[in-house]
Design a protein around this ligand. Structure first.
Ligand code: FAD
Length: 262
């Protein structure tokens, strides 16, 4: 038996860099350094562990929808141990929202072929946490989201979802979509051997026409959501130092009350 896993990985602007909006109020993705969304590293890790614990032939494809530089995210996932990669890139994707992104990802997943899709719980830039559910709906398969433990046995994916009050054991028959949390297990660092091997692994590039999609279905034109305005956050001001010369506690309480913390 064989198991085809597709891991969705997003290339996100580096949160430590200077991020800003372009003139059309979309995120300026050309002018900032990016990286593989940290939360998607957990998804890659879980795919690798399923493969290592399986007697079946497991093939792991990592998939991203993003600009040219998004190949860096794919290379990182390949150097961790994924087998091959698919990069969906098209100028007409500019301004695509979550609904559009899920459409493109679903078409690409169908074209790649899959038994199991593994996503992160949310991207570290948009952080909407909706794409896995949208994918399951578009693909017409079960979704088991927010898993902190995941395994595949036969034709079933099983996992544990930890809530505030209880932990649930969940399962779904394949094909299915799952998302994993940052509690699912530390993601491995790519080894030197892995980095060298990744250079030779196949990376396919698809555009909208490869997925039978029209420009108007995605991009700003096809978006269900729109950013109307954005305001620069005010610069941080210097903090207030309360010197304790006998009245420190009182001053501190007054300060907190003034800020409506107490
Ligand atoms: C070139 C480009 C321009 C864009 N412009 C805009 C814009 O102007 N306005 C706007 O609202 N959105 C835009 N987007 C889409 C946006 O960045 C998000 O991808 C999308 O809205 C999903 O929201 P999220 O990141 O919060 O996903 P979440 O639901 O938080 O993501 C959950 C999981 O879904 C998967 N995932 C999400 N996005 C991708 C992806 N792109 N590739 C692979 N896996 C993914 C990951 O596994 C992730 O962990 C653009 C995307 C691209 C590629």
């Amino acid at each position: 038996m064989s198991l085809r896993i597709v891991v969705t990985v997003k290339y996100v602007p580096d949160a430590t860099g200077d991020r800003h909006f372009a003139d059309d109020l979309t995120v300026d993705r050309d002018d900032v350094d990016g990286l593989l969304s940290e939360l998607d590293e957990y998804a890659v890790e879980q795919a690798l562990q399923i493969s290592e614990n399986s007697d079946d032939d497991v093939e792991i494809t990592v998939l991203t929808v993003g600009p040219e530089d998004a190949k860096d995210a794919l290379r990182k996932a390949l150097s961790m141990g994924a087998d091959k990669a698919v990069h969906v890139e098209d100028d007409d994707l500019h301004g695509t929202d979550a609904i559009g992104t899920s459409l493109v990802l679903a078409k690409a997943i169908e074209k790649a072929g899959y038994d199991l899709v593994i996503s992160g719980l949310a991207s570290t830039d948009g952080t909407m946490g909706v794409v896995p559910a949208l994918l399951a709906e578009r693909l017409g398969v079960p979704q088991v989201t927010l898993l902190s433990e995941v395994s595949v046995e036969g034709g079933t994916v099983k996992g544990r979802r930890d809530g505030d009050a209880a932990s649930e054991q969940l399962e779904a028959s394949l094909p299915a979509v799952v998302s994993v949390t940052d509690q699912s297990g530390e993601a491995r660092y790519p080894s030197f051997k892995g980095i060298m091997a990744a250079k030779k692994k196949p990376v396919e590039s698809w555009d909208l026409s490869d997925l039978d999609l029209e420009a108007g279905e995605v991009g700003l034109e096809g978006a269900w959501t729109k950013v109307d305005s954005a305001t620069q956050r005010p610069a941080r001001t210097a903090g207030t130092i309360v010197k304790d010369e006998g009245e420190g506690g009182k001053q501190l309480a007054e300060f907190l009350a003034g800020q409506k913390f107490i």
